[in-house]
Design a protein around this ligand. Structure first.
Ligand code: URA
Length: 434
């Protein structure tokens, strides 16, 4: 078989066989296929698409390009994946909730890039927490605690790493078949029984348009189920920051406040519980949605979910008393000051992507993969859509490293939040797919 013949076939709108896809991905992994050939094939797929069989075959070939984990545990192995947003800290809460309900959650997360935040950057703000532990420590944490949130290990879906890097510089990221295979190859390599996808739509999401988000959700659900992992998806709103903190350490603090039930943001609560219900019912840890909800409420109110979070932090190298002394174990920005709206009224909309970029300007996010982030900076007490505010009510608190960073954020943020005369109401969960 010749790579150029496979590329030509796809260029000419013909479907690729399993053998051709396997051959190509093997060549990607052993580096016998060049970046130029990866670029050409991914552009042909971007333009001409993949049918269902091709998507499943690509996903499985990429999954099998490296280690495929298996788990010797006495409960379902489950996970959730989000397409990314601003202020999205659901994974950090959902993992412990599911573990407290009897599931095992080997959660492989990513770093932030562009306007979206990354779970690993948030966890890196916790003193001692290892986001790249040895495979043994990862396995031990999942088995003993029930959840471990870490970064992609060296040999998990290595073909995806190479293909993604090429797509990134060849304008082929926004292809539904390629996104489907990229996300699922990594997820399926971690040996899951059940997966729930949080597919975001709106002005802070990767997919702004609801129809595109729906198409992506359908594609992922169909391919994952065909590949043997029971999967559903929720389409959730990212037209506003999800809850009140945006940053790294500040988001971890909000997670702890949520798990302690001190401060429970309504949208965060709704999304987290809806995703948890999906997993608990699909994995048969709950009989139905009502049963799932009562189990979730129980592990939250009894402190069991908080305990799982603390155990995960401790087992992965963090402090044993993290939840009790959060501020002692995380960096804090030297400047913490409010910013006020330009006039009175109701918060009717926000430019969420630009708010994510304001975090990058505060050095709390990155514009290229190797950049380091400032874990202390960000925004807290962020206003919510529907809030009634006046010029004495802060839009948010800015956590900045320098005066000039604060000044810039304080100038930009009021322009990103639209204040109107009437409150607008909208729901955070649009629909379920699968
Ligand atoms: N996230 C991934 O992991 N892969 C993609 O292709 C897009 C988003």
């Amino acid at each position: 078989m010749l790579p150029q013949e496979i590329i030509r076939k796809k260029r000419n709108h013909l479907p690729l066989s399993k053998e051709e896809i396997d051959f190509f991905i093997k060549g990607v992994t052993d580096e016998s296929i060049s970046d130029a050939q990866i670029g050409a094939l991914t552009m042909a797929v971007f333009l001409n698409g993949f049918n269902q069989d091709e998507k499943v075959n690509l996903t499985l070939a990429m999954r099998d390009s490296g280690d495929v984990l298996s788990w010797d545990v006495d409960g379902p192995v489950v996970d959730k994946h989000s397409t990314g947003g601003v202020g999205d800290k659901v994974s950090l809460i959902l993992g412990p909730i599911l573990a407290a309900c009897g599931a095992y959650v080997p959660m492989i997360s990513g770093r932030g890039l562009g306007h979206t935040g990354g779970t690993l950057d948030k966890l890196d703000s916790v003193k001692g927490y290892q986001t790249s532990p040895s495979n043994e420590l990862f396995q031990k944490t999942v088995k003993e605690v029930g959840c471990a949130i870490i970064g992609q290990t060296g040999n998990l879906a290595p073909a995806d790493k190479r293909i993604y890097a090429v797509r990134d510089v060849c304008a082929t990221v926004e292809s539904i078949p390629l996104i489907t295979a990229s996300i699922l190859s990594k997820k399926l390599a971690s040996g899951l029984d059940n997966l729930v996808m949080d597919v975001k739509f709106g002005n802070g999401a990767f997919m702004d348009n609801t129809d595109d988000a729906r198409m992506l959700a359908k594609s992922i659900v169909e391919v994952a189920n065909n590949a043997g992992t029971k999967t559903t998806a929720l389409l959730t709103d990212m037209n506003a920051v999800l809850c009140t903190a945006v940053g790294n350490a500040v988001e971890i603090s909000e997670v702890v406040q949520y798990l302690k039930r001190n401060r429970v943001n309504k949208r965060l609560d709704e999304v987290t519980k809806a995703l948890a219900v999906e997993i608990l019912t699909a994995s048969k840890l709950a009989d139905n949605a009502d049963d799932a909800l009562s189990k979730i409420e129980h592990v939250l109110s009894s402190g069991q979910a908080l305990q799982k979070f603390e155990q995960m932090v401790y087992t992965l190298g963090g402090p044993h008393d993290f939840a009790a002394h959060v501020q002692d174990y995380m960096p804090q920005a030297p400047i913490v000051r409010p910013v006020y709206p330009l006039h009175d009224g109701y918060v009717v909309s926000m430019q969420t992507r630009q708010i994510g970029l304001a975090l990058v300007e505060l050095k709390g996010g990155r514009t290229h993969p190797l950049q380091t982030v400032n874990h202390a900076t960000g925004m807290t007490d962020f206003c919510q859509i529907g809030d009634k505010i006046d010029t004495q009510t802060p839009l948010c608190m800015i956590h900045a490293q320098t005066e000039s960073d604060f000044e810039r954020a304080a100038f930009v943020l009021p322009q990103l939040i639209e204040i109107g005369d009437k409150p607008t109401l909208y729901s955070v969960i649009l629909e379920k797919i699968g």
